[in-house]
Design a protein around this ligand. Structure first.
Ligand code: PEP
Length: 253
């Protein structure tokens, strides 16, 4: 953790479940929250499940997030959803530049930056994902790839809007594999230095999440690392008890 930064545990539900299952998952998280965790909590259902998940969550202090948005405010963009529409629906955070979107939809750093600017303009918080492929890590390029993604994907008002950066090595997503603790710590140190240099006086407070096969059994070790200010959780966020166990693994301040 980073002293003075409140951690964030975010669940990325991806393209999973039915309306009924989304409601049940949110309900399960709500019911299992018997004490306030030492972290902010966030769930990011598919667009079409945002409303039922929010309704099932009720008054509990779990924020609702989306998994993408269009950079434009409105117009002829069939199939897309704007940041303003998400804000209007009660969304507080938007995941952007996830490696699955970069791979499936050819999203570039420049596009992610435009989307992040739109999210901020709509009054929400962007969660910008960065991370190297396995080939890039094997070639010794992990740090330079992540640095370039940070430089290219964060808009100028990112830190003032309390934007979040998630380090998600592509090869660790959904595979059960994770980098060593030393590799996570060294990447997060580097990310901290970069956001601090880019946003003087503010980047020191930017939340840096780790994502990639986080589960209850490795959460204590990962969340205890310096400059790891929470987690972006995919598969394990689809089970209420696992998501809550990860939240409970956040070290006390
Ligand atoms: C993710 O896709 O954001 C992710 C971290 O997935 P998983 O936890 O399943 O590796």
């Amino acid at each position: 953790m980073t002293p003075g930064i409140r951690p964030l545990i975010a669940g990325n539900w991806k393209m999973n479940g039915t309306l009924r299952e989304a409601a049940a998952l949110a309900e399960g998280i709500r019911a299992g929250l018997d004490r306030s965790p030492d972290a902010d909590l966030l769930i990011c259902p598919p667009f079409i499940h945002l409303h039922v998940a929010a309704a099932a969550m009720g008054w509990k202090p779990v924020a609702i997030g989306a998994q993408d948005c269009h950079p434009k405010a409105s117009g002829a963009h069939t199939g897309d959803v704007s940041a303003a529409m998400l804000a209007d629906a009660g969304v507080a955070y938007v995941i952007l530049g996830h490696s699955e979107r970069r791979a499936d939809h050819g999203e570039t750093d420049a596009l992610v930056q435009q989307k992040a600017a739109a999210v901020i303009a709509a009054g929400m918080v962007p969660v910008v994902c960065v991370g190297e492929t396995e080939a890039q890590r094997d070639a010794g390029e992990a740090e330079s790839v992540v640095s370039a993604q940070i430089a290219g994907s964060l808009p100028p008002d990112f830190a003032i809007a309390k934007g979040v950066v998630a380090y998600e090595p592509v090869w660790a997503i959904g595979t059960g594999r994770t980098p060593t603790e030393a590799d996570i710590a060294s990447m997060h140190d580097r990310m901290r230095a970069e956001v601090a240099a880019r946003f003087p006086g503010l980047g020191e407070g930017t939340r840096l999440l780790y994502g990639g096969s986080v589960k209850p059994s490795n959460a204590v070790a990962i969340l205890g690392l310096p400059n790891v200010d929470g987690a972006l959780v995919g598969g394990a966020s689809l089970k209420a008890e696992d998501f809550l166990a990860i939240a409970a693994a956040v070290p006390a301040p």
